[in-house]
Design a protein around this ligand. Structure first.
Ligand SMILES: *[C@@H]1O[C@H](CO)[C@@H](O)[C@H](O)[C@H]1NC(C)=O
Length: 319
């Protein structure tokens, strides 16, 4: 009896601690839907809006980027960096890896410039560095991506770029779909990274019963399959979500009610177990009309728009 009480308290304490310490945030692109570059004030508002989500107690204080480059520039560091400093947010950095060696060199240049320009106010906020995003997935479907050997080369370039800087020691990963990580031809990439950034969307798996009621099962099948191929390395969830409006895909129907179901079942369980998590996303529809629309918030002023569904997690005391 004593032992079981002790064990219960101990496990609860561990569980709470890991959930509290995990990274929680949203993905954000460098442009709006119409191609307009996001400026520092836009990133600032996004970061503030994430922290101010009702019931979320400021826990969404991290942002995952896809590029180091400010949109419409060659290699100017992205203005999400000073916005993160202003709003006391952390950053999962991203270097875009599907535009070949010259494009990647611009990413490295922007990364190096940012280290010099912003120093430890920037580098202390970095949770990790993702080299690439869904490059292997796009390659597998015949779109513009990158070969595993190229991703590995870019990972080495990134390690060299941060060696001897205040970013040295930050984990370097690669973000891709779970299907890419379970493909043995890509094992060489997994060997080269410190963490796997897994993207998984039950919505996009119409070959199964992907109704929202079955979405948690589909998600965890993907997560466990990826973990099994992770060579013992941590698996971060770099993208997942459920759309609020748009087309049905298989049995997956976008709605605010279904997004809430997915949040409560899948997202809350990830947070309870302390998995690093970047949701897709806070706002999808600014200056455009995407189908589907993944945003917790619709188009408009991101600070004043109310959330389209609740992002609370009942019973999760650290949240
Ligand atoms: C497996 O990965 C390789 C290398 O990235 C790719 O060329 C191939 O298309 C992938 N296969 C599938 C079934 O996705």
């Amino acid at each position: 009896m004593r032992l079981s009480t002790f064990t219960f308290v101990f496990i609860t304490a561990l569980w709470g601690a890991s959930a509290q310490n995990s990274y929680k945030g949203f993905n954000t692109g460098s442009t709006f839907n119409d191609g307009t570059a996001k400026q520092q004030i836009d990133f600032n508002y996004e970061m503030q809006a994430a922290k101010q989500l009702p019931g979320a107690s400021g826990k969404f204080n991290s942002v995952r980027l896809y590029t180091m480059i400010q949109a419409r520039t060659t290699d100017t560091p992205i203005s999400a960096i000073p916005a993160a400093i202003e709003t006391d947010s952390t950053l999962l950095l991203g270097l875009w890896a599907s535009t070949g060696s010259a494009g990647f060199q611009n990413e490295i240049n922007a990364l190096k410039k940012a280290i010099v320009q912003y120093g430890t106010a920037f580098t202390d906020r970095v949770t990790g560095i993702s080299v690439g995003s869904e490059d292997l997935y796009r390659l597998s479907i015949g779109e513009v991506g990158a070969q595993p050997s190229q991703i590995i080369d870019f990972i080495h370039q990134t390690r060299n770029a941060i060696a001897g800087t205040s970013l040295q020691g930050k984990p370097i990963g690669h973000g891709d779909t779970w299907t890419a990580f379970v493909n043995a031809s890509n094992n060489v990439v997994t060997e080269a990274i410190d963490f796997l950034g897994m993207d998984a969307y039950p919505y996009y798996q119409p070959g199964q019963d992907n109704s929202v009621q079955n979405a948690k099962t589909i998600f965890y099948n993907a997560y466990q399959a990826t973990t099994a191929k992770a060579m013992g390395k941590p698996v971060w969830v770099t993208e997942t979500g459920w759309p609020v409006t748009g087309s049905t895909d298989g049995r997956a129907m976008p709605s605010a009610e279904n997004a809430r179901v997915y949040w409560e079942q899948t997202i809350c369980s990830l947070m309870a177990s302390g998995v690093n998590l970047y949701y897709f996303n806070l706002q999808s529809a600014q200056y455009g009309n995407p189908d589907p629309d993944w945003g917790v918030k619709g188009a408009g002023n991101i600070l004043t728009q109310s959330a389209r569904y609740s992002v609370t997690c009942p019973g999760l005391n650290v949240y």
